[in-house]
Design a protein around this ligand. Structure first.
Ligand code: AKG
Ligand code: FE2
Length: 275
């Protein structure tokens, strides 16, 4: 299987089956959220309609320069049903379970990367990183985490495609520079595709050189023994979990029934004998 060799694969819409009109719904919602959160209108064609800057005192984690041309919208599964349905897409989930473990896969976080044209970004190193700080042993081939990046717009080299290093998930280390950047290739994929990758795969993104926006939803999964990025298990509204295509699967992945981390003393205590 390609995933085994490269650490990343692209699944087209006709294989994952998530309906194309729902991609348009997600784009529309994310543009609305962006406007509410940032305070100016965003369009797919032009990005933000105002000049944006970093808030005073903020220390952006970037190797690039210039004003911001990216931000994340977080906790998406709390925002609308379409994001909950996406997080349990059976094909994406089968691939996550293949890497993490059939019974062990859980949600880690649900984020959107909102990007537009600009010099700021990940800089010449392409922001290459591994989501899972790779420790190959004692876990063997089991992924501690794995990621899905749903392309809500076309991914092209000039448009700021995901960058990755084929085979890097086998290295058991963070990216070693400058060799990592030299070996990085763009993941070009049409809108509606989902890019699936192992948590140890080195990845980042190419700068967006053309006008308009590049939007993705990154649904990130974890092994049950790994802490989640977002507190889904503890604070995700239970009634929202019932409002999706498959509530039982959503609740399993949310970890609602998990014992770890302990919320209370749950081990049975001895009692004093009566006689
Ligand atoms: O699309 C990007 O800029 C990077 C995505 C990423 O790093 C991730 O989903 O973990
Ligand atoms: Fe990442």
């Amino acid at each position: 299987m390609e995933l085994e060799v490269e650490g990343l694969t692209v699944v087209p819409p006709e294989v994952h089956g998530f309906p194309m009109p729902r991609f348009d719904e997600m784009v529309r919602l994310l543009l609305e959220y962006a406007e509410k959160m940032v305070g100016c209108r965003f369009t797919l064609e032009n990005g933000p309609e105002a000049r944006l800057e970093f808030p005073p005192g903020a220390m952006p984690l970037s190797e690039g320069g210039g004003p911001p041309n990216q931000f994340l919208i977080q906790q998406l599964a709390r925002h609308a049903r379409v994001f909950r349905d996406l997080a349990i897409n059976p094909v994406a989930l089968a691939l996550m379970r293949h890497m993490i473990g059939e019974r062990a896969a859980r949600f880690s976080s649900h984020n959107s990367f909102m990007k537009w044209q600009g010099d700021y970004g990940y800089g010449p190193g392409l922001g290459l990183h591994a989501d899972q700080t790779a420790v190959p042993l004692p876990w063997g081939r089991t992924a501690l985490t794995a990621n899905t990046n749903w392309c809500l717009t076309d991914y092209t080299l000039d448009g700021g495609a995901l960058a990755y290093v084929p085979g890097s998930h086998r290295s058991g280390s963070r990216p070693t520079q400058p060799e990592a950047t030299r070996r990085a290739v763009p993941v070009e994929a049409p809108k509606g595709s989902v890019i699936v990758f192992h948590g140890a795969t080195w990845h980042g993104a190419f700068p967006r050189k053309i006008s308009g926006m590049r939007i993705s939803v990154a649904n990130y999964y974890r092994h049950a023994m790994i802490t989640s990025q977002e507190d889904i298990q503890g604070s995700f509204p239970r009634e929202l979990a019932d409002d999706c295509d498959d509530p039982a699967t959503f609740k399993t992945l949310a970890g609602f029934a998990d014992v770890f981390p302990y919320q209370r003393q749950h081990e049975i205590l001895p009692v004093v004998a009566k006689s």
